[in-house]
Design a protein around this ligand. Structure first.
Ligand code: GRF
Length: 221
């Protein structure tokens, strides 16, 4: 089996990166992480990569005259490592149309909400303010509009009555760690078919799988 060569873009903690590294350590995983690239030096994610012998690079956006120059430097590093798919994982830079076009259908992102609800920042606080009863995360292909693009997979979690943004974020993050490697493995092996702006997932779960909050059992109905 040839494994898809993946580059991961990070800016900080790298817990999603860790989930991808852990998945890639399994012998039957269809992808390998060949480069971890951060726009900030000395972040935990870089240490996570080094700890398992994965190559790292720092491309500091502040040292370039504009976004495109920064992205060309990132692309050079990714291509030097023969990266086939790029995963943004807590990468805190908005990318330009140039980067999106260059990596068209080869650039993935994870976002902590059930898109298209709550694009942008502070998703957990906004979900609580909106009073939604299910929240979650999405893995999608990156397009020009931030947090928009063909959705490859989503994971939902319940919102509990006493949640605050931190407790909700922690619950969603656990789901992120399961969702990202799952979607990447499916996409890397051609089991997600993208046509235009939507994706068809071969191994979607059956119609009987229901996540419902509150539970019908507790209602007495
Ligand atoms: C995650 O919640 C991810 O969805 C968002 O930023 C956070 C990054 O966390 N884009 P980590 O760096 O992967 O721990």
């Amino acid at each position: 089996m040839t494994r898809k060569r993946v580059g991961v873009l990070i800016s900080g903690r790298g817990s999603n990166l860790q989930a991808l590294l852990d998945a890639a350590a399994q012998p039957d995983c269809p992808f390998e992480i060949v480069l971890v690239l951060s726009n900030t030096a000395k972040v935990q994610g870089l240490e996570r990569a080094s700890a398992v012998g994965v190559a790292t690079a720092v491309v500091d956006h502040r040292t370039f005259p504009d976004r495109e120059a920064f992205e060309k430097a990132m692309t050079e590093a990714l291509e030097a490592a023969q990266v086939e798919l790029v995963c943004q994982a807590g990468f805190m830079r908005v990318v330009t149309p140039w980067f999106v076009t260059h990596w068209h259908d080869r650039l993935l992102n994870i976002h902590p909400s059930l898109l298209p609800a709550f694009p942008g920042l502070d998703t957990h606080g906004r979900a609580l303010a909106a009073g939604v009863k299910l929240h979650g995360c999405s893995v999608h292909l990156v397009r020009e509009t931030v947090d928009q693009g063909p959705i490859l997979g989503q994971a939902a979690v319940p919102v509990l009555p006493d949640d605050d943004p931190e407790s909700l974020a922690a619950r969603v993050l656990e789901a992120e760690h399961r969702l990202y490697p799952t979607c990447l493995a499916l996409y890397a092996t051609g089991r997600i078919e993208v046509s235009g702006e939507t994706a068809r997932v071969e191994s979607a779960c059956g119609p009987g799988r229901l996540l419902i909050n509150p539970t019908p059992e507790a209602s007495g109905a």
